[in-house]
Design a protein around this ligand. Sequence first.
Ligand SMILES: [Cu+2]
Length: 220
Amino acid sequence: MLQSLLSLPIMATAAAAATVSVAVGQNGFTFSPSSVTAAIGDIIEYSFFPPNHSVIMGDFNNACMPAATGGFFSGFMTGASSASSSSSSSSGGGGGGLGYRQTSAGGSVFQVKINSTDPIFFYCGVPTHCQAGMVGVINPNSSQTLSAYQSKASSSSNTGVPSNVFGGTVVAAGSSGGSSTGTGSASPSSTKGSGSEGMHVSRAMLAVTAAGVFVGLLMA
Ligand SMILES: [Cu+2]
């Protein structure tokens, strides 16, 4: 009895964080997949394809405008300049997890750490892309669906773009490290609740770096 009680905390902490990849602009004005499921602690990794796209967190009730609280903005990404990425497989579904993983050749990625299971809507900030349907969602529910957001987006008249990159980490393709971008006092309005995202990502990257050093020692 006592033994089984003691073992419970160990089992409860066993869940591992997953990385969920989303291709941005690989097939026109699309996020692929456009609907994903993620758990707290998971990382959404946006990979950018040419010619120019971005990802911005929005609010369900204000399509194509930045989230009033928290959120993220990748900055504008030109993606890979070569077309060599077209040979990769594009199957995979909206179930999230590690089944779908794809990185554009030569392009940068933007990583966002999930710290809530509430629906998170996102869109591309290049003018007209959001209205054309370039939107997506993390953890939709029965009342806040992707199709409803897409419908609002198609009739919205403007596209809002934050003034600074924030809420995630930009990782340049081909670099082993990654340049962390500001996560703090970016517009619009408050960034409450999102300040720790970049820190957690950085910590994960530190762990990767430490692993690399360890491998290096083994090979020396
Ligand atoms: Cu776009």
